[in-house]
Each structure stands twice: as structure tokens, then as C-alpha cells.
Write a protein that binds this ligand. Sequence first.
Ligand SMILES: NC(=O)c1ccc[n+]([C@@H]2O[C@H](COP(=O)([O-])OP(=O)(O)OC[C@H]3O[C@@H](n4cnc5c(N)ncnc54)[C@H](OP(=O)(O)O)[C@@H]3O)[C@@H](O)[C@H]2O)c1
Length: 284
Amino acid sequence: MSADARPVALVTGASSGIGRSTALLLARTGYRVFATVRSDAGEASLRAAAADLALEILRLDLADEAGPNRVIQEVLRQAGRIDVLVNNAGFAKLGAVEDLPRDDLRHQFEVNVFGALELCREVIPTMRVQHSGRIVNVSSLAGKVSVPLMGAYCASKFALEAFSDALRAEVKPAGIRVALVEPGPVATNFNRLARNESHVILQSPSAFQPVYERMREQGHERWAASPELVARTILRAVRSSHPQARYRVRLRESMATGFVAVIPRGALDWLMIRFAGGRAPRQA
Ligand SMILES: NC(=O)c1ccc[n+]([C@@H]2O[C@H](COP(=O)([O-])OP(=O)(O)OC[C@H]3O[C@@H](n4cnc5c(N)ncnc54)[C@H](OP(=O)(O)O)[C@@H]3O)[C@@H](O)[C@H]2O)c1
């Protein structure tokens, strides 16, 4: 057991983007932060960004079934407790539903859903004993509306939302709070990595080939939020004494969610068909 009095947080996917910003912000705010990465390059990049902030860096690939248990045991061995879990790590497998083989779908869910849930299952027994704990699951606008060519990713975020809603009610009596953070587009490596991860858009012959060609050229979304802004939203979810079930990052995400809730399905489908036929996805 550690004599360190700081609350203990674990942030996954901290090599870049939202996870890195969140790990740094939590450390600056007084948390003892365990941050996970997958590679030497990810660790070096996080260490360089952290400068003299004392982050404790662990390895975790969520596609590895044994990973979540190993990481939580290591945090508990070093710190003796865990107060905050930020399930941030994730990626998008792009491609039309008809183009995505089962292995690709499985990988998408292994990382974005099963890995995150396994971490929840691993921390909850300790949080129950502590009678306190905070779990923040990083979802997306893609967990509210499913868009063409991102069906696998959207399905994974819808699933994360559904599990989080069930979990929130299950663990609240034990003093554990669960919140979702739902960013719209964020300026990170996410889109470039999505294209690299999605071999269907790189190589397979498909009815969507012209759209895939355009997606390959796509840069950052013009209206993307900064990862620091998302990190500040995650910090609100972590520190609020009465956390909301869901946090949106900006007004535009709240408006988009409201719009999707009220627009007739036929009209939304019409927009989506235009979107799939003529333009690459704008929303992550
Ligand atoms: N960027 C957006 O537009 C956007 C919008 C809404 C929601 N989100 C969500 O925000 C979260 C963070 O994304 P980001 O935008 O910060 O993208 P990012 O910069 O690409 O960061 C993703 C992080 O997840 C890690 N990761 C990917 N696959 C993993 C695996 N199998 N096991 C463990 N870690 C893995 C990456 O590690 P490596 O460096 O090793 O790849 C990286 O640290 C994701 O859950 C994403 O769905 C992003």
C-alpha cells in the first residue's frame, strides 16, 4: 500500500490525443496518474509531453484479453487503490457494412467495447470496497447517430453507451458513478489512424471505392475541438459531486444530438445517403 495521498486515476490510450491531454490535466490537478500506451513510441511521446510531470506509464493493448486484469492488478499493487478509470482508448474501423469482414468487426468491438468493459469489471470490486469511484467512458456523437461508412465504429459506441447506462444504475448504490463523454470531431490522430487501420478502404474493390478514395485524402474536420477541451470535459465528469450521465463537449454537439432526436427518420436517411454518396464522413 502506498503512503501517497493523491487520488489514483487510470487513463487508457494516453499516447496521444484526448487520452494524453486527460492524463496530463489530471496529473496537474493533483491526481496520481497511471497512463496506458501500447508501444515504445507511444511511451516516448507521452514522456516527452509530460516533461517533469510524474506519470506512471503502463502497457495495455485492449485487444489482449489478459491486458485489463494485468493493468489493474499493477495499479493496485503500486497504489493500493483506484479512484478514477477513464476508458478513453479506441479507434475506428472505416468501411461500408457490406465490406467489413467478421474479423474487422470483432477487432472493433474487442478494443472499443469488450476491453473497456473488462476494465470496468476489474476496477469495480475495489471501488465497491472503497465505496467510491468514478468511471468515465469516452463515447462519441457516433454513439448517438450512426453514419454511413462508420457502421462498425458507431455500433461500438452505441454498445458502450448501452452498457454504461446499465452499469450506472447497477453501481450507483455502491457509491460508484459512471459518466459518458460524447465529443464530436476532435483534432487528434484519430482520422489518419482510422484510415490506416481500415484496409477495406485502402485495398478492396467495393461499390464505395470512389468514396473511399476521397476519404483517403481527407484532413482534419474544420470544426474539430481540441483534445484539451475534451480533457477539461472529462475532468468535470471526474470531479463533479453529482456527475451527469452524459457530457457533451460543446454546444454544437448538444445541438446535433437534439437535431438527430427530432428530425424524421426519412429525412435523416436522405441526408445520410448524400453523405455516403458524395462526401467523406465529417464526424468521428
Ligand atoms: N478524434 C475524434 O474525432 C473523436 C471524436 C469522438 C470520440 N473520440 C474517441 O476518443 C477516444 C480517443 O481518441 P483520440 O481522438 O484521442 O484518438 P488518438 O489520438 O488516435 O488516440 C487513441 C488512443 O487509443 C489507443 N489505442 C488504439 N487502439 C488501442 C488498443 N487496441 N489498445 C489500447 N489502446 C489503443 C491509441 O494508442 P496507439 O498510439 O498505440 O495507437 C491512442 O493512445 C477514442 O475512444 C475515440 O473513439 C474521438
